[in-house]
Design a protein around this ligand. Sequence first.
Ligand SMILES: [Zn+2]
Length: 186
Amino acid sequence: MLTVITGGMFAEKSTELLRRGRRLKRAGKKVGYFKPAFDSRYSEHEIVTHDGAKVEAFIIKTNAPIQITSREYFNNFDVFLIDEVQFFDSTITLAVQTLLEAGKEVIVAGLDMDYKAQPFFVTAGLMSIAEDVVKLKAVCAECKSDAWVSFKAENGKRLQLGTNEYTPLCRKCFNIRRRAIEDEVF
Ligand SMILES: [Zn+2]
């Protein structure tokens, strides 16, 4: 079974990934955590959530996700939990399918869209083959409704609408910001 946990930043995707992992471990499953090599946001060999929870994770090269199916992992785990899945190249789908065909359970977490609201096709592809897709939502920083995307004002723009930090926004507030930037540029 494949489950995809997706949504924008601050939607607590990693928190949900860890929660599910803990639960399956309690159920007696052998659980392994994985993350891409260049996500060194918090810690190199750990998945760390925004609220500070952490768990040991194996580091997988972004251009060689098939490593996940190597014998050292394959023989040791029933459940494969993969964080920041959007950073892997498209062969992650093949790696996940190999695990699924062998009867492993796979749970991935990753962004659905970039800061311009363009889809991450790696996540989209996994969403289409998943049994279950969970879209989590942060709170819109402007109007406090459900966020839809993680907005970031680009470097070098004359209009400084916020900073380079990501901001969770609903679609309506995102469109307002984007129009403001377009008006400034053109
Ligand atoms: Zn809003």
